[in-house]
Design a protein around this ligand. Structure first.
Ligand SMILES: Nc1ncnc2c1ncn2[C@@H]1O[C@H](COP(=O)(O)OP(=O)(O)OP(=O)(O)O)[C@@H](O)[C@H]1O
Length: 289
């Protein structure tokens, strides 16, 4: 029997093309699935579509053809325990796909056809009563500021290079303020923090080898110091060498309080500024792996 599924497509994702979407639809059909195409028309649609699917169907298979930002949107619309999530990488960085080891669109389709799933734990931010989930990471400090400063016009033309340009602007107008991170039995002051729910970051770079999508809790990286600290962290990522520099304090936590006034990015999209509260939500939905 063919299984019905829903393909939420972001036409503004980094590697979107109508031809690829046609191939994905055909590939799903060839593999015995019956896809329904749902192109988004705005940044609010991924969450709205996911919520609607959970309300109308029992355990819908919701497939995202897009990047990590669209997956994040869908994740925020899903009703806990009431859907299965799948991903076909069509974004710019595609960190989730890299985390799962998905090597191509065809590989993603084969996995969807196999249908092996595992429950994933996600993070949830709360600020002023507003809640938002994240799947991969929440960053407050330099990376939040860089993501906030990315100009869409630059991203359309140079893709990932837009992050580099934004990073240069952030480095030139450096914010020296600190934030306090409290959780996991610690309380420390630092310039920035990256709360990792997955090991990879910014592409195929391993930032938090102990973080695991499939178990509750985070690996928390607190960055102490100024621009040099981030340079060292960047070099560690680029060189692929595991040990974090001494300016980074790493620990495990399931709940955190962040103070200060720092830009926050969730799964690569700007969300808000600190202060805020973060907690883990164990086994929120099942993910096709
Ligand atoms: N139709 C749309 N118009 C404008 N923005 C959209 C639309 N659909 C989704 N979005 C938003 O676009 C943002 C970026 O999309 P997405 O993550 O898919 O691509 P990307 O940024 O190229 O990839 P990655 O996040 O992997 O680097 C997300 O925040 C998503 O919610």
């Amino acid at each position: 029997m063919t299984r019905r599924c829903f393909l939420i497509v972001n036409p503004t994702s980094g590697s979107y093309s109508q031809r690829t979407v046609d191939q994905i639809m055909a590939g799903l059909r060839e593999r015995g699935l019956a896809p329904e195409l749902m192109p988004t028309g705005s940044a609010a649609d991924p969450a709205l579509f996911a919520a609607r699917l959970c309300a109308q169907h029992s355990d819908p298979l919701v497939i995202v053809a897009g990047g990590d930002g669209t997956v994040n949107g869908v994740l925020n619309g899903l009703v806990p325990g009431r859907a299965t999530l799948g991903v076909v990488p069509l974004g710019t960085a595609n960190v989730l796909a890299r985390e799962l080891g998905i090597s191509s669109v065809a590989d993603a389709l084969d996995r969807l056809a196999r249908g092996t799933t595992r429950p994933i734990s996600v993070g949830e931010i709360e600020r002023d009563g507003e809640k938002r989930r994240f799947l991969l990471m929440a960053g407050a400090g330099m990376d939040g500021a860089v993501v906030r400063g990315v100009r869409l016009s630059e991203k359309r033309v140079i893709g990932k290079g837009a992050y580099l340009l934004s990073a240069l602007r952030v480095l030139l107008s450096w914010d020296r303020s600190e934030l306090r991170v409290t959780g996991g039995g610690r309380s420390l002051s630092c310039h920035g923090v990256i709360v990792c729910n997955a090991a990879k970051y910014g592409g195929n770079f391993v930032l938090a080898p102990e973080a695991d999508l499939f178990s509750p809790g985070f690996q928390v990286l607190c960055i102490e110091g100024g621009r040099l600290a981030y340079l060292k962290l960047g070099l560690m990522l680029l060189s692929g060498r595991g040990a974090p520099p001494s300016c980074v304090t790493s620990f495990a936590a399931t709940e955190l309080e962040l103070s200060g006034d720092k830009a926050v990015q969730l799964d690569g999209d700007y969300f808000c500024c600190t202060p805020l509260h973060i907690r883990t939500l164990p086994e929120l939905v099942r993910l096709v792996v």
